[in-house]
Design a protein around this ligand. Structure first.
Ligand SMILES: CC(C)(COP(=O)(O)OP(=O)(O)OC[C@H]1O[C@@H](n2cnc3c(N)ncnc32)[C@H](O)[C@@H]1OP(=O)(O)O)[C@@H](O)C(=O)NCCC(=O)NCCS
Length: 153
């Protein structure tokens, strides 16, 4: 796969939201409640993405000019890591994470923390993250479970 990694541009917004929402729909629906899905889809909105682009680093992976994966580094946190569901398991998530971790190191950061969803935990286990606690929030009376994870760089 001839994948190109680059930084987010304002014109990526629409494609990025579609990538995130489509991936949530396919990957989270079997695991989380409809309320949790809506919570995430609301959380990843234009305002939040533009704020993160201004304050941190958003990476985009492209294949033949099409956005296929993304991830964000905000200070010592990595967030919003999504790989097109049809292209998962081919090393794209790891590629994005490695690049974000390298950028964190360049910024003098020596520990990454993140919130992992239930389906993503094994991915983060595989790339060296440690689970230091399990947590949940309540969304409209339903539990939304996740893991607090970290990794020393
Ligand atoms: C989680 C996600 C980002 C992983 O990306 P990916 O491209 O599928 O993962 P990769 O192919 O880079 O996998 C990297 C390693 O993790 C392992 N891995 C990935 N998913 C795994 C799973 N579900 N179970 C076990 N191992 C897994 C791979 O085997 C690989 O191990 P290796 O390096 O020893 O070969 C992707 O599946 C995704 O977008 N999921 C839905 C959205 C999501 O949950 N995002 C995270 C938000 S917290």
């Amino acid at each position: 796969m001839d994948v190109k990694l680059r930084q987010f541009e304002h014109s990526d917004l629409e494609a990025m939201l579609k990538l995130i929402w489509d991936t949530i729909d396919v990957c989270y629906r079997p695991v989380y409640s409809a309320e949790a899905i809506t919570h995430w889809e609301d959380e990843h909105n234009e305002t939040e993405i533009l704020k993160d682009a201004a304050e941190g680093i958003i990476l985009i992976a492209e294949l033949d000019g099409r956005m296929i994966a993304t991830g964000t580094l905000l200070a010592e946190q990595i967030k919003r890591v999504y790989v097109d569901s049809a292209l998962q398991g081919k090393g794209l998530g790891k590629l994005i994470m490695t690049e974000l971790e390298n950028k964190a190191k360049d910024n003098g950061i020596n520990e990454i923390c993140l919130y992992a969803s239930i389906p993503a935990k094994k991915f983060y286990d595989a790339i060296g993250y440690n689970t230091y606690s399990e947590a949940f929030i309540e969304v409209k009376g339903k539990r939304l479970d996740y893991y607090n994870m970290n990794k020393e760089l």
